[in-house]
Design a protein around this ligand. Structure first.
Ligand code: PNS
Length: 159
């Protein structure tokens, strides 16, 4: 069985992430969306909130589940029995960072492979950072995130 993980911070989940999840879930047998609990990183949404937002948006995808992890991705993959990492590439600027992570993980465990999906052109500009920047000024984020998240994001900025 091909079990893959799509890891990330998902702070917050965007249309770009959802598109990746939908497409990756068609390629592998089981896709785990792995939410990074990074205590050093100041996240807008708590780990529980991020996991619950992803569960909400993936409830109709039968081969997708959501986990969270703290520490090394390769360690978490051993725990859940996944050996494929899925990441999205938006532009050439992503490449340098992504190739470094992919190679590091492969050196750590040669059984682990990373596959890259090119982001849907529609969302190639989009990132969680952009969403937060727009929301912090009360800007329109309706093209970036599902409708049911908009108010939740604004409320973090008292908007
Ligand atoms: O959405 P992000 O924040 O770009 O995701 C980055 C992520 C979670 C893939 C990466 O930071 C990660 O795997 N962190 C876990 C710690 C780890 O394994 N680091 C080694 C890779 S060099």
């Amino acid at each position: 069985m091909k079990k893959a993980i799509y890891p990330g911070s998902f702070d917050p989940l965007t249309f770009g992430h959802i598109d990746m999840i939908e497409r990756a879930s068609k390629i592998v047998d089981h896709l785990v969306v792995g939410v990074l609990h990074n205590s050093a990183k100041n996240s807008l949404f708590s780990l529980e909130e991020r996991v619950s937002m992803i569960k909400e948006m993936t409830k109709d995808l039968p081969n997708v589940s959501v986990t969270s992890f703290d520490g090394l991705l390769v360690d978490h993959m051993h725990e859940i029995g996944a050996n494929i990492i899925v990441r999205g590439l938006r532009a050439v600027t992503d490449y340098e960072y992504e190739i470094q992570i992919a190679q590091t993980n492969h050196v750590q465990d040669p059984e682990i492979e990373t596959i890259f999906l090119t982001t849907n052109l529609k969302y190639s500009y989009l990132s969680s950072t952009i969403v937060k920047e727009f929301a912090s000024y009360g800007g329109d984020i309706s093209k970036f995130v599902p409708e049911q998240f908009i108010q939740r994001i604004y409320s973090k900025y008292d908007k």
